[in-house]
Design a binder for this molecule. Structure first.
Ligand SMILES: [Zn+2]
Length: 383
C-alpha cells in the first residue's frame, strides 16, 4: 500500500482500495457475488453485507463499519491498509484441516456463521497442532432426529467411529444394539434448513441394502452440528485414504460430503411408459438421481445412475412420440441409460432447462475409477 493512502482522508482511500484485487473481495465471498461495502476495523478485513451481519453477532471480536457511511479513525484506516484480506487469511486460515468444509456464499447461515466464528472468534486455524473435537476419531453425542413415521423430532444418541468406519444411532442412550449402522463410505451429510424446517437441519443420506435412505437431524447449537459435519468428513477422508492409498487429497476431497446439485418436483412415468405420470420429489446427488414421494421420506422410491455420455447415457428435452403424456405438466425430459429410457415432465420450461443443464453437466464429466466401481456394483446388484 503506498504510504500516501494513509495520509489522505478516508474517502479517496476507499475507492482506490476497492479497485485493488486483494482488497476488493469479501473474506468469504468471491466476486462478483458480493461487494465488500463493509469492513471489520478490529480484524482488518473487508466484508460484504451478508457477512457483516454475522460479524455483528461477535462484537467482541469484530467491529463492523460501513465503508461509505461510518466514521473511520486514522488508526483504523491505517490498520485496514496494513492488514487486509490476503494477509488476514494467511493468519486466520494458517492451519485449516484438509477435510474441513469451507463454505461459499451459496451455503446456509449456520455454515457461514460457524466458519466465521471458528476462524476469528475461536481462532481454530491460526496455528497448527490444535486438538479439534472433529479430529478425535470418535464422536459420541445426542442429536434431534426426525421420526420416520410421525415426523416428530426426538433426542437420539449418535456414535461416529473412525476405527469402525461407521455412524451408529441408538434409540435409548444405554441401548446395547444400535438402531442403524451406517458405513461412512456410503454416507452423505448436507445442510437442508428449509426442507427440514430448522436452521441447523442436517440431512444424512446413506445406502442400505442397495437403496438410499434419509435421516433428518439437528442440534440446537450451530457449533455442535457443524462440528458433526466436519467429524464425518474427517472420518470419511481417513476411510478413503485407507481404501485408495495411492489417491491424492485433491482426488479424495470431492468424495466427502457434498451438496445436492438440484432438488425439486418433476413428474415421472413407470418403466412401461403407459402408466400415468406421477409427481415426485427428485434429488440429484452428483451421479445419483433419486426420487421420493415426499421430500422428507426416509426411503427413495427409486434411483437412476447417470454415467458418462460416452457410455450410453444421454438427456434431451421432450418425450418420445410414442409416450402418452397424461401428466399435468408439459415440459418433458428423456434420459437414456444403457438399460432403459426414463421420462420426466417439469412444470415450467425454466425448470426443464435447469434440470437438463445439470444432467448434461454430470454426463459430460469424466468418471473417476471409483465411480466406475460404483456403477459396476450397482449394475451387478441389479440396480
Ligand atoms: Zn461475504
Amino acid at each position: 500500500i503506498p504510504l500516501t493512502f494513509l495520509s489522505v482522508c478516508l474517502y479517496p482511500f476507499i475507492p482506490v482500495t476497492l479497485s485493488m484485487s486483494s482488497y476488493s473481495i469479501c473474506s468469504l465471498h468471491p466476486p462478483p457475488s458480493a461487494d465488500p461495502s463493509w469492513g471489520s476495523c478490529s480484524l482488518g478485513v473487508f466484508i460484504c453485507l451478508a457477512c457483516s451481519g454475522i460479524h455483528r453477532n461477535i462484537p467482541d471480536v469484530s467491529k463492523v463499519k460501513s465503508l461509505s457511511l461510518s466514521h473511520w479513525e486514522d488508526h483504523e484506516v491505517q490498520f485496514m491498509a496494513q492488514n487486509g484480506n490476503d494477509l488476514m487469511k494467511s493468519k486466520y486460515e494458517a492451519a485449516v484441516p484438509v477435510y474441513y468444509y469451507k463454505p461459499t456464499h451459496k451455503d446456509c447461515q449456520v455454515l457461514r456463521e460457524q466458519w466465521i466464528r471458528a476462524k476469528y472468534e475461536r481462532k481454530e486455524f491460526s496455528e497448527p497442532g490444535k486438538n479439534f473435537t472433529y479430529e478425535e476419531g470418535t464422536r459420541d453425542g445426542m442429536l434431534m432426529k426426525r421420526g420416520r413415521d410421525n415426523g416428530q423430532f426426538l433426542s437420539r444418541r449418535f456414535v461416529l467411529s473412525e476405527r469402525e468406519g461407521t455412524l451408529k444411532y441408538f434409540t435409548k442412550y444405554d441401548a446395547k444394539e444400535p438402531k442403524a449402522v451406517i458405513k461412512v463410505d456410503t454416507m452423505n451429510a448436507t445442510f437442508q434448513p428449509e426442507k427440514i424446517g430448522n436452521p441447523n437441519g442436517l440431512q444424512i443420506t446413506y445406502l442400505k441394502d442397495y437403496s438410499t435412505r434419509n435421516m433428518f437431524v439437528y442440534h440446537d447449537s450451530g457449533k455442535e452440528i457443524v462440528d458433526w459435519l466436519n467429524s464425518i468428513r474427517a472420518v470419511q477422508l481417513h476411510y478413503l485414504k485407507v481404501a485408495f492409498p495411492g489417491a491424492t487429497d485433491a482426488e479424495l476431497l470431492p468424495r466427502l460430503t457434498r451438496n445436492f446439485l438440484k432438488e425439486g418436483y418433476m413428474e415421472k412415468t413407470g418403466p412401461r411408459q403407459t402408466e400415468g405420470f406421477k409427481k415426485r420429489w427428485f434429488t440429484l446427488d452428483h451421479r445419483r438421481l433419486m426420487y421420493f414421494k415426499d421430500p422428507l421420506d426416509a426411503f427413495a422410491k427409486g434411483e437412476v445412475f447417470l454415467g458418462n455420455k460416452d457410455h450410453g447415457y444421454n438427456a434431451y428435452p421432450g418425450l418420445p412420440a410414442s409416450a402418452h403424456c397424461n401428466g399435468a405438466w408439459q415440459h418433458g425430459i428423456t434420459i437414456e441409460t444403457p438399460d432403459r429410457c426414463f421420462l420426466f415432465t417439469c412444470e415450467t420450461e425454466s425448470d426443464q432447462q435447469d434440470w437438463l443443464k445439470h444432467f448434461t453437466d454430470v454426463m459430460s464429466a469424466t468418471m473417476s475409477p471409483q465411480e466406475y466401481t460404483s456403477e459396476n456394483e450397482e449394475l451387478f446388484n441389479g440396480h
